[in-house]
Design a protein around this ligand. Structure first.
Ligand code: SF4
Length: 203
């Protein structure tokens, strides 16, 4: 169903990916890409970003929502990168997680997408689908991550993450999943719960 599932954020460097992922909280990748196209054209490196005042950065990223906190975190995170890491994004997930605005999900995305590491970032789509498909019954993103890591080979973790995100974005939507387009009905707990008494459609 998703032969081209990969990260849909536009970036040229690990730093740009990190900024884009921070901006993507509660915002669509499409919107983030529109904003970062303009932002990175002028302030695409950590050094360039630090020439912006908090107010100027807020203005640039306003349409992504939560712009006050996002601007504050991006500037604080960038300052640390420049001061302690020579302007480079560390490849270490634990260090990434210590940066302002970077939680486990963001660290996992950057680790997997920018550095080719094996990781499963659990966002709202991955969380929802893992439950619908009965891959996990954990009630926290970390619990879901742990269950998925136990079920799938490590080499598949990053790809699985993108597949679940794409499926959640385009087919298994939160409000109205398009089960009629889905090839997973036979193994879907949610489908079977909501279609009791019907025969599973042939895919
Ligand atoms: S069958 Fe429906 S609920 Fe289940 S994964 Fe597919 S789209 Fe989602």
């Amino acid at each position: 169903m998703h032969p081209n599932a990969e990260c849909e954020l536009t970036f040229s460097t690990p730093y740009q990916l990190l900024v884009a992922v921070i901006l993507s909280a509660q915002c669509t990748d499409k919107r983030v890409n529109l904003v970062t196209k303009e932002l990175f054209a002028k302030w695409g490196t950590p050094q360039e970003m630090l020439t912006l005042s908090p107010e100027s950065l807020e203005k640039e990223i306003k349409s992504c929502g939560f712009y006050h906190n996002k601007a504050k975190n991006i500037l604080a995170m960038t300052e640390i990168l420049v001061d302690r890491f020579g302007g480079e994004v560390p490849k270490d997930r634990d260090i990434l997680e210590t940066l302002p605005g970077v939680g486990r999900k963001t660290a996992n995305v950057v680790y997997a997408v920018a550095f080719g590491g094996n990781a499963i970032a659990v966002d709202t789509h991955v969380f929802r689908l893992s439950h619908r498909l009965a891959l996990s019954d954990a009630d926290t993103p970390f619990g879901v991550e742990r269950d998925l890591m136990a079920r799938f080979p490590e080499k598949d973790w990053s790809h699985l993450h993108h597949l679940l995100i794409h499926h959640g974005r385009y087919i298994c939507k939160a409000q109205s999943p398009k089960c009629e387009e889905c090839l997973l009905t036979e193994s879907c707990a949610y489908y079977s719960d909501n279609h009791k008494g019907e025969s599973v459609r042939a895919n």
